[in-house]
Design a binder for this molecule. Structure first.
Ligand code: MLT
Ligand code: MN
Ligand code: ZN
Length: 295
């Protein structure tokens, strides 16, 4: 299985268009690598590719990735569809860029498909350009030889949803397996907390692509401090700290662990920061846009 990290920044990307913080300013000066909004692509055979989320940067991301170039026929593309982890703007808006793409399939949990019908009504709009298949299921096969299971990992609804069901499975992780190699990717770019059962899921994986939005719980001041239930108010578990993901990952020494969806406040954007050194020391990685993993 090939996995390409098309984008590795949280919503807004890095630098963020309306931000002149120290990190964004250094990125503007060319001192830190820019990152587009989080999105990845997977393939079992190198010919059929599935997008993991569709960021608003998807056009640039597709054009920068030779494996995803159109062809060989004049209107052919290796892109077969999209697996959405959630209905957030930074993960779903790229669907509009793919409009007119024939025969695409979108997999998402029921509340996500509902939001894309009612609150951010893209489904009806996109089906008028070219009819797509919209599916929700907990286990399915992908063209190209990959086997997928979807796992609810959180109930954080997008801000634009007016009156969300607070208990609905708004956020999913995907386990993608290549039966030919035995490689297993767990893709979880949005984790509000370390979910129940997530350790079992990681036990069966060779690589995890994980929520690295915030390095620490106080990165945005009180905005991301944990509530009484340990639920991060911004919907993202921090990397560091006693309740952080890095401590939890220590239970999985054989697992390749890669952080993605980095917010523009995150010191991991600077490879020379002490935060980056700590993450590397714990065996975790932060990779550049365009990086490829082979599992
Ligand atoms: C998130 O990851 O929490 C959302 O994408 C936030 C947002 O940009 O609306
Ligand atoms: Mn996001
Ligand atoms: Zn900034």
């Amino acid at each position: 299985m090939r996995v390409i990290l098309l984008g590795t920044a949280a919503g807004g990307g890095f630098p963020q268009w309306n931000c002149a913080c120290a990190l964004c300013a250094r990125c503007h000066r060319g001192e830190l690598p820019a990152r587009s909004q989080e999105c990845a692509a997977v393939s079992g055979n190198g010919r059929d590719w599935w997008l993991l989320n569709a960021s608003p940067d998807i056009r640039t991301q597709l054009l920068a990735t030779p494996a995803l170039a159109p062809g060989p026929g004049p209107r052919e593309t290796p892109v077969r569809g999209v697996l959405l982890t959630d209905a957030e703007v930074d993960h779903a808006l790229g669907l509009t860029i793919l409009r007119g793409g024939a025969g695409l399939t979108v997999h998402a949990a029921p509340p996500v498909l509902g939001a894309l019908m009612a609150d951010l009504p893209l489904r009806g709009l996109l089906d008028r350009y070219a009819p797509w298949e919209w599916r929700s299921g907990t286990g399915f096969e992908l063209a190209g030889g990959l086997t997928v299971t979807a796992h609810p990992v959180g109930a954080k609804a997008p801000k634009y949803v007016g009156d969300p069901d607070p208990d609905a499975p708004w956020v999913s992780a995907y386990r993608v397996e290549d039966p030919a190699t035995g490689g297993v990717l767990v893709y979880a770019p949005c984790l509000a907390t370390w979910p129940d059962g997530f350790d079992d899921l990681l036990d069966s994986a060779s690589c995890a692509l994980l929520d690295g939005t915030f390095f620490s719980a106080d990165e945005l001041g009180s905005a991301v401090r944990s509530g009484s239930a340990g639920q991060s108010l911004m919907g993202h578990v921090p990397v560091t700290g006693s309740g952080g993901s890095l401590a939890a990952l220590a239970r999985h020494p054989g697992l390749r662990r890669v952080y993605t969806h980095l917010n523009n406040t995150n010191p991991l954007l600077d490879p020379a920061s002490s935060a980056s050194a700590a993450v590397r020391g714990a065996g975790a990685e932060v990779l550049a846009d365009g990086s490829e993993l082979v599992l």
